[in-house]
Design a protein around this ligand. Structure first.
Ligand SMILES: [Zn+2]
Length: 435
């Protein structure tokens, strides 16, 4: 049985979404690389506290902000013992925004969208064009929200936060259906890869969860890259160049030769979809020592191994050409494809697809060409696929989102709660097996 959203309910959901989204995005909450504090920036506390207060006002249980700035809450089960004993389903979104573009003083603008390009008043030469954003066409007749062009918008992932809050509001003010306990968590520092680090998975108590952090409407991710990094150090010998004849060994020629050879292999610039790559991202050198750092990415473990082999073979080749230079290769694995875990929980993606279809959303299964905190959480014991929040052009000043897509995201997660409750016998069985 799908949830029927009356016109009146949808109107209520839209008002909630716009109010909350504008309120949350107006707070600048960028995270920061290489920070020594947790969370990485103090601004994130402000949003965490705001959400804590609002969750309490909604009457949720177990509301708290941890000392690491994670906001936790529970929507209690409804419908009696049968539902109370259902293993909890969780929803996760992150409160920080990307440090890649300005994001401190965000001025969200709500456009009544009737079609055409959207001018951003903060930077007159900047607009969101239909040409580059064909999905704008689906937003005609709805509202589109953007920044004024001077900053990012922060729909990544405040749209996810807003949608989960609106789902909570809907479930607490509605007696339309029985459901199990629903857990909510808002994390800091996702954009700097640390949104999983202080997550108290056991205490939170969800059996499985969805991050609501994907982009376009319908996006559903159960796969991430496998990721490794290689560091290759080239050691030469330095002396004063005036007396260098027959003595100096300049490591920079060897490193440059090595990097030039990499051009013949899959690179980020020429790969897409399910293709992996080898990507030199940092290069430094002197006569004495030169270092190149390289990212290795592939959806298959065997693909990572063969890329490691390529690196070693190229190092050997360069060693042959520069026998006096010492070459040291080291590799380190960083994260794994979450499908390794999620393949044991096929119902999670199945339920998500059903929930989307029930909400009149076309599911688009895409592998993520990167990692997610959900991937790390999955490997820590919390299986965690990723759902769309509706954001577009994230980490940029032309970031936008349509109210229509946000509404569809809310319907999808409400339907997921419903589908979870409908399949309670199956879930209870699976939970027994997991423990
Ligand atoms: Zn995100």
């Amino acid at each position: 049985m799908n949830i029927k959203f009356s016109d009146e309910t949808l109107k209520f959901i839209r008002t909630e979404l716009v109010d909350r989204f504008v309120r949350y995005t107006s707070l600048g909450t960028q995270s920061k690389e290489d920070s020594e504090t947790i969370p990485s920036t103090p601004e994130q506390w402000e949003l965490a506290r705001m959400l804590e207060k609002e969750l309490r006002e909604l009457g949720l249980k177990d509301v708290r902000v941890s000392d690491k700035c994670y906001v936790y809450a529970t929507i209690p089960a409804k419908g009696g013992k049968e539902f109370e004993s259902l293993p909890a389903l969780g929803f996760i979104a992150h409160i920080d925004t990307s440090p890649a573009v300005p994001g401190k003083f965000v001025k969200p603008i709500v456009h009544d969208y009737k079609g055409g390009d959207i001018k951003l008043p903060g930077i007159p030469q900047l607009s969101i064009t239909v040409d580059k954003n064909p999905r704008l066409k689906d937003a005609v007749g709805s509202k589109v929200i953007s920044s004024d062009g001077t900053t990012l918008l922060g729909a990544d992932d405040k749209a996810g936060v807003t949608e989960i809050m609106t789902m909570a509001k809907f479930l607490t003010s509605n007696d339309t259906f029985s459901h199990g306990p629903v857990k909510i968590c808002f994390t800091p520092d996702e954009e700097v890869g640390m949104g999983h680090a202080g997550f108290e998975i056991e205490q939170w108590g969800a059996f499985a969860a969805y991050t609501v952090d994907g982009e376009r409407e319908g996006e559903l991710n159960e796969e991430t890259f496998n990721a490794s990094a290689a560091t290759i150090v080239f050691k030469g010998k330095n002396v004063h160049p005036g007396f260098a004849k027959g003595i100096m060994i300049n490591s920079q020629y060897a490193v440059c030769r090595f990097v030039s050879l990499l051009q013949n292999y899959p690179r980020p610039e020429i790969t897409e979809g399910r293709e992996g790559y080898i990507h030199p991202y940092s290069l430094s050198g002197t006569e004495e020592v030169s270092t190149v750092k390289i990212l290795l990415r592939d959806f298959e473990k065997s693909g990572i191994e063969s890329k490691k082999k390529i690196i070693q073979e190229l190092a050997d080749k360069v060693k042959g050409e520069f026998p006096e230079v010492q070459i040291e290769v080291s590799t380190k694995d960083s994260y794994q494809n979450m499908y390794e875990i999620l393949k044991s929980y096929p119902f999670l993606v199945d339920f998500a697809e059903k929930a989307m279809k029930a909400s009149d959303v076309h599911p688009i299964k895409l592998p993520i060409r990167g990692g997610t905190d959900g991937a790390r959480l999955s490997f820590k014991g919390l299986p965690c696929p990723n759902l769309f929040c509706g954001s577009e052009n994230v980490h940029g000043k032309t970031e936008w989102i349509s109210l229509r897509s946000m509404e569809k995201a809310v319907q999808t997660i409400v339907n997921l709660v419903q589908i979870w409750a409908e399949n309670r016998e199956q879930i209870k069985d699976l939970a027994k097996k997991k423990n």
